[in-house]
Design a binder for this molecule. Sequence first.
Ligand code: IMP
Ligand code: MG
Length: 183
Amino acid sequence: MAQSSKSSEAVEVIFSAEMIAGRIDELAQDIARGHFDRLMVVAILKGSFVFAADLLRALYKAGIQPEVEFISLTSYRGTTVSSGQVNIVRDIESDVKDRNILLIDDILESGRTLAFAKDLLAARGAHKVATCVLLDKPVARAADIAADFRAFECPDTFVVGYGMDLDHKYRELPFVGRLRPDE
Ligand code: IMP
Ligand code: MG
């Protein structure tokens, strides 16, 4: 078996585990101030699973005990930016009618993924759909959407770790970083 270097050595840290933990506690306090009655968290898989797990435990400390659902979405990108299309791989199981929802995703980039999920839940009768992302990339949005809660503004570069992958790798890193140029 070929010797492989530790994946963290290939990645330069942008947001450390400590920075992320601190911001998540602040986010949970912000969300608690929203006084969402009977909150249901919907985490968008796969990328948000680590963020969602940490945010949930921070919400508990902030006095919120939401129901938790998962939706698995993929966005297929064509050759042009405008051809991106979002598909449901696995849907949530609960009825969202009249519920307050907090949608969680890893990164807000073009906005298509979050806009698709928000429209879907609104069309199913959700009372309010708020959005929360770990990272917000300040790039041109293809969809008209802004996150209600976000942990960090992210440099316009491809990032991995803390749930996010490149070709199914690096999700296990406890921090967010970018690949070193020779990787
Ligand atoms: P959007 O639909 O263009 O907003 O894209 C959001 C999705 O693209 C995120 O949920 C991620 O799964 C993925 N994505 C966008 N940028 C990155 C990145 O830098 N690293 C890893 N995944 C990314
Ligand atoms: Mg994603």
